[in-house]
Design a protein around this ligand. Sequence first.
Ligand code: ASP
Length: 451
Amino acid sequence: MAASGKMTLTTKVLIGMALGIAVGLFINLLGLNGEGTFINEYVVNGFFHIVGKMFVTGLKMLVVPLVFFSLITGVLGIGDIGALGKVGGKSFVLYMLTTAIAIAVGIGIAATIGIGEGVNMTSTASFTAKEAPALSSVLIDIIPSNVINAMALGKMLQIIFFSILVGISILMVGKKAEPVVELIEIGNEIMMKMVNIVMAVAPYAVFALLAKAISNLGLGLLVDLAGYVIVLISALMIHLFVTLMSILKLFSGMSPKIFLKKMRETQIFAFSTSSSNATIPVTLRAVTDRLGVNNSVASFTVPFGATINMDGTAIMQGVATVFIANAYGVHLGITGYLTVILMSVLASIGTAGVPGVGLIMLSMVFTQVGLPVEGIGLILGVDRLLDMIRTAVNVSGDAAVSVIVAKSEGKLDKNIFNDPNAGILTDDDLDIPDDVERDIARVVQESKNKA
Ligand code: ASP
C-alpha cells in the first residue's frame, strides 16, 4: 500500500497476475477451451486476446520514441564522452560475462543430472533451422542506412547508435543547440508520463495475457517433459537468486533483497509479455525511478541489455542442448559444449528480445555444433511457459548490470535505491490538476489569437 492508503500499481498487477493464472488454470483443467467453443472463440481468443494484444502493442508503441529521447538526454547528461565509452564497455563486458556464466550453469546442472537420457527421441513437431548471422554482418548492421527505416522496424542497436550520435552532435554544436536540448528533455519527460498511462491499465492486461497463455498451455506436455521443465526452472531460479544477486552484491554492494522487491513488477510484465523489448519502458522506469540509476546510464544499459543480454535464454539453450544431445545419444564433449557457449553468446548479440526468439537462437547453435535441429520439436510444446519465466530472468539481468555500472560510475542514487516508496505508482500519478488544464488551454488560445 502506498502512503496515501491507496493500492499501489504493483499490488494491483500482482492481483491481476494471480487471477489470470487462476482463471487460465480453471479453463485449461476443465477443458473449456476446446476448438469452436464459446470460451475459446469469444473469451480466450476473443476478449483476453484483444485486451492483452492491445496492451503489448501499446508498450511497443512507447519503445522507439522513449529510447530515442531518453538516450539523447542520457548522452547530454553524462557530462563527457569518455564516460559514455566506459559505460558502454563495462556493460558490454558484464552482459557477455553473465550470459556466458548463465549458459555454463545451464549446461553444468543439466549434464550433472543427465537429463534427456533414455528419452524417446521421436518428436511430432518439426523445426526449421535459421542460419546464424555472421559476426561481420551483426557489426555492419549496427549502423542504420536509413534511420526512419530502423525506427519503423524497431532495430534497437541501430536506434541506440543513431541516438548516441545525435547526442554527441548536439554537444558539438554547443550553445546554439540549447533549444533542441530543451525540446529533447521535455520529449523525454512526456514519454515517461506516457509510460505511466500505459502502465495504469497493466493489472487488467496482465490478467488477460496470463488467462489466455495459461488456458492455452499444454499442461499434459509439462508432465511428459517434467525432467526438462524442472531442471530448467531450477537453473533459472539459481541464476536469478544466487548468481545474479551475488554479482550485484559483490560489484555494487547494494542489497539484493531491495533489488528483487523493486524488480517484481517489471518481472511480472516480462513474464506476461514474454518480451524484453516490449518491457523496455517498464524496466527503464524501474531502474531509474525505483532503483536510483541515473538516466545517463540507464537510457543506454536498458535497451542495450534488452537486445544483447539474455541470461534466461542462455540457460535454456544450455539445458536444451544437453537434453536433446542425450535424447539423440550424441556425445558433444568439452569442445562441443565450449562451442555451444560461444555460439549462444554470439547469437544473443544480434537478436532482439521478442517472444520465442530463444528457440530460433537454439537452432542456430544446433546447426553449428551438428545437433539435430528437429530435436527442438521435442521441447516446442512447453516453450511458451518457459519463455515467460526466462524473459523475467532476462530483464532482471539487464537491471542488475545497470545498477552495477551506475554504481561504478558514481551515477547511482543510494537514497532512491534504499527508499521503499521511491517511484511507486498510484492513481494520483495520473491526475491532471484542473489549474494545469486551464493554463494549457489558455496558452493554446493565446497562440491562436496571435496567429
Ligand atoms: N522472449 C525472450 C525475451 O524477450 C527471448 C527468448 O528467450 O525467447 O527476452
